[in-house]
Design a protein around this ligand. Structure first.
Ligand code: IDP
Ligand code: MG
Length: 145
């Protein structure tokens, strides 16, 4: 398996629940290392641009409105198989369908407010990480045993 980088976003509901630390702790325990972390309140333009692939979906407006309703935590996670591992920890998009023990099963209350975003492929991860971070803002390091 290769070392990959993926984009993680803790959505506004994660911050409102006071769950930043708990969620990041799950990533760290799984060997997904935050190599860039930033709190940001997305503008409508930024959220629309980020979710441009969904622009024709019926939920697009609600998604943008939710993602701009409060600050988010933007993170680049690095580790073995990071893209798939992050998706596994997140659980299914609809928290009602998310496997027990996943972040969405434990924290999310609806498909709109589903607590976390994670890139869905290595290709998209590269695009999404560079949407929010310059390469000079990524600081690689390892966990020592
Ligand atoms: P993902 O976040 O699990 O990758 P996507 O299909 O990429 O799911 O959708 C992006 C986001 O759009 C979801 O996280 C969710 O917040 C929202 N979304 C997706 N499908 C629906 C829906 O059917 N109704 C309302 N919101 C949705
Ligand atoms: Mg997605």
């Amino acid at each position: 398996m290769a070392i990959e980088r993926t984009l993680s976003i803790l959505k506004p509901d994660a911050l409102e629940k006071g769950a930043i630390g708990k969620i990041i702790s799950r990533f760290e325990h799984a060997g997904l290392i935050p190599i860039a972390v930033r709190l940001q309140h997305l503008s409508t333009k930024e959220a629309e641009g980020f979710y441009a692939v969904h622009k024709d979906r019926p939920f697009f407006k609600d998604l943008v409105s939710f993602m701009t309703s409060g600050p988010v935590v933007l993170m680049c996670l690095e580790g073995e198989n990071a893209v798939a591992k992050n998706r596994e920890l997140m659980g299914a998009t609809d928290p009602k369908k998310a496997a027990p023990g996943t972040i969405r099963a434990d924290f999310a209350k609806s498909i709109d407010a589903n607590t976390v975003h994670g890139s869905d492929s290595l290709e998209n991860a590269k695009v999404e990480v560079s949407y929010f971070f310059r390469t000079t803002e990524l600081f690689s390091y390892s966990h020592k045993k």
